[in-house]
Design a protein around this ligand. Sequence first.
Ligand SMILES: [Zn+2]
Length: 278
Amino acid sequence: VSPPPFQHWTIGSFEVFSLNDGALALPPSRFVDVPHKRAATAADLRQDKVEIQVNCFLLDTRDGLVLIDAGCGAAFAPAAGNLLKSLELLGFSPDDVTHILMTHLHVDHAGGLVDADGARVFNNARVHLAEAELAYWRQFDATDAGADRSVKAAAAALSAYRERLLPCPAHSQPRPGVVSVPLPGHTPGHTGFLVADHGEQIFVWGDIVHLASLQFAQPNYGYAADVDGPLGVETRRKAFADAAAEGAVIAGMHLPFPGVGTVARIRDGFSFLPRASA
Ligand SMILES: [Zn+2]
C-alpha cells in the first residue's frame, strides 16, 4: 500500500503539509557504522534493498507559501519525483510557491527545483540556502563527465535560480516564524528549520535520519553520502537527545510518510514515535 500524496497539520495559525515525493530503494551497504567503518549487509537489515521515503514539507503562512525542499524531480522517476502531483492535489500550482527553504542540495532534495531540461519549476520563488552549502557545491565541476548526480543537480538548481538565491545564515529567520538551525555533517551546510507559531512548533530536520528502522536505535550508522561521517553522527546524536529532552515534534525528509513524530530515549539509543495525524 503506497502512502497518500499529502498529510495536513496545523502549527498555530500555519497550515503545514507533508508532501509525498515518492520512495528510493537502496542497498544495505549505503548504511555505515561510522566509528567501526563497517557497512551494513543484507543480513543486518534482513533485506537486499531497503526502501526509504522522500518527503517535502509545505507551510501555508500569512505571508506566503513556503516549500521546504523540492524532492527528486526527474532523477528517480517514476518511483520518486511526485511533489508537483501532491501540490496539485492540494490545489496549488508551482507558481504559488513564494519561498523555498533548502535543507541541502543532494539530488533527492534539489532535483525537483528544475524540470528534465534544467528549467526553473518555481517561477515566483526565492530560494534560501546556507552559505556553507553554496560554497561546498560550487567547488565541483558539473561538466566533468564523472560528476555525480548531486553535483549536476546542485549546479542545475544554482544556475536556474541564480537571480533568486538568498543566503540563509545560521540561526536567522528566513521567513517570519521560521528559524534556520545548522545541522552539519551530512553536508557542510545541512540545515534544519524550526517552525513556530502561537506556542506550537515543529522542527524540520532534513536528513538527520535516512533509515528510521536502523538509525534511531543505532545513531552511529551514517549514510554513504555523508560528507563528514563522524560529524554527522555527532549532529544526529545531539538532534535525537535534544528532541527527546524537549518532547519536540520533528519532521524528516526520509522518515516514513508523513514523516512527523517525536523521539524517545531507549537504553543506549532512541526510538521514533510516528504521528499519524494532527
Ligand atoms: Zn536525502
